[in-house]
Write a protein that binds this ligand. Structure first.
Ligand SMILES: Cc1cc2nc3c(=O)[nH]c(=O)nc-3n(C[C@H](O)[C@H](O)[C@H](O)COP(=O)(O)OP(=O)(O)OC[C@H]3O[C@@H](n4cnc5c(N)ncnc54)[C@H](O)[C@@H]3O)c2cc1C
Length: 398
């Protein structure tokens, strides 16, 4: 691996840090992933998204003709690192839209779809917010078994079925929906399509699922005879599986910002250990060192993937490899952080007055949320299976 951040990328880093100083309060609940819970937090995330959009940073990696800046891979890496480290909330605004719906539409969408949806996503405004509708009560890791159906009738699809665990579904205008368009296909993978659904359509019901700390991030979506124009089909009918795999690869490419986010958590823990004298205990010193080694390893792996992309190479198993490692690191942060801050780990992360010196309830949230983080974007096991097959060349398991 041989790479270097050029002057333009370093200049961008400086500008982002100035933006953070001017726009992001120091008590931001960095890394808590609960902007969707409180209206005021969501409003702040959207306000920040608009500012990022005005500068061009929200979709900086997109080509200029699609409301982007055509940023280089290394500029994107800088943006990912800085936004992860500082927890810039607007970057997470309907992250489905900026991170995988937009890039997938550029690959598979019609010209009309690109014209209609990409500027909305890039605008950072309410009707550019998306959620993702893949999982169902009986289809998670085995996603190809999904049953939510879309039946073609004239120039419409009629959608019926249920989705679950839809992050930000209650804040989103659009759903990136995976559904079954051919119930008789020989292979279950072959009867699936991706369809864009306006969540304001009649027949859509959105029900909250509070997460383990009581935050409303997830939802269940119910579709009862929802009429969707046929032009909302993305790519070819029944070819959705290949498109889904590509969209999931975009979704799993989170290692750059995640390694920066965990680096910030480590810095907060180091600061805490110094302030309170906890650093004097050898086991705490050693655990902090172990964590630092893991986080650095993830950063190097993420850089390797970015370097390959910069050279024009395809990355296939790398996002899964990095996502699997990130899952293990987040779990360690929760465990080590909880040991270090002791009883303060019980501070409620949704408590507005959670003090800075108590890491704002961050550790409790990380401790409780990491089992969920393993599952998001495919479980750690699913990602291990992908690395086994495509990274190690092992035959597909059963
Ligand atoms: C924070 C978070 C956000 C999410 N956001 C969304 C969203 O916005 N939209 C959406 O559609 N979904 C979302 N999900 C759902 C997520 O995609 C699923 O939870 C995930 O795909 C796993 O499915 P499952 O929960 O049904 O678990 P299961 O598939 O039932 O898995 C249960 C266990 O069995 C293991 N397992 C299953 N199959 C295999 C296998 N072949 N080999 C080895 N082990 C296996 C799994 O690793 C896991 O440990 C989200 C989940 C979380 C936690």
């Amino acid at each position: 691996m041989d790479f270097k951040f050029d002057d333009k990328a370093e200049e961008l880093r400086k500008k982002i840090r100035e933006f953070v100083k001017d726009n992001i309060p120091t008590d931001i609940k960095m890394g808590l992933f609960v902007d969707e819970h409180y209206d005021e937090d969501w409003a702040f995330a959207m306000e920040t998204a608009k500012k990022l959009s005005d500068i061009g940073w929200l979709t900086m990696s997109w080509p200029k003709e699609h409301c982007g800046m055509g940023a280089s891979v290394w500029e994107r890496v800088v943006m990912g690192e800085e936004s992860g480290y500082w927890g810039i909330p607007g970057m997470g605004m309907g992250v489905s839209g900026t991170a995988w719906v937009g890039p997938s539409l550029m690959l598979f969408g019609t010209e009309e779809q690109k014209k209609k949806y990409l500027p909305k996503i890039a605008s950072g405004e309410d009707d550019g917010v998306w959620c993702t509708g893949y999982s169902e009560p009986d289809s998670g890791s085995d996603l190809a078994s999904l049953q939510c159906s879309a039946k073609r009738v004239g120039d419409e699809y009629i959608i019926n079925g249920q989705k679950v665990w839809n992050s930000a579904g209650h804040r989103a205008r659009w759903c990136w929906l995976a559904c079954r368009t051919d119930p008789n296909a020989k292979r279950k993978h072959d009867g699936i399509s991706l369809i864009i659904v306006d969540l304001q359509s009649p027949g859509v019901t959105i029900r909250p699922i509070p997460n383990i700390i009581g935050a409303h991030v997830f939802n269940e979506l119910f579709f009862k005879d929802v009429h969707v124009p046929a032009e909302n089909l993305v790519g070819k009918e029944n070819n959705g599986w290949a498109q889904l795999m590509q969209a999931l690869a975009f979704e799993r490419g989170v290692a750059i910002s995640s390694s920066a986010m965990t680096r910030r958590m480590l810095d907060e823990l180091i600061h805490y250990a110094k302030e309170t004298g906890a650093f004097a205990k050898p086991e705490i010193r050693h655990k902090l060192v172990d964590l630092a080694i893991d986080i650095k390893t993830l950063r190097i792996l993420a850089m390797e993937a970015a370097w390959k992309v910069a050279k024009g190479e395809m990355v296939i198993h790398e996002p899964s490899r990095d996502k699997a490692l990130n899952d293990l690191i987040l779990e360690k942060v929760g465990q080590i952080g909880t040991e270090i801050i002791g009883a303060f780990a019980q501070v409620d992360p949704l408590e507005k007055n959670a003090g800075l010196q108590r890491l704002r309830g961050l550790m409790e949230w990380i401790y409780f949320s990491t089992p969920g983080m393993w599952a998001a974007a495919g479980t750690t096991d699913t990602n291990r299976n992908i690395v086994a097959q495509f990274g190690l060349g092992l035959p597909r398991g059963y």
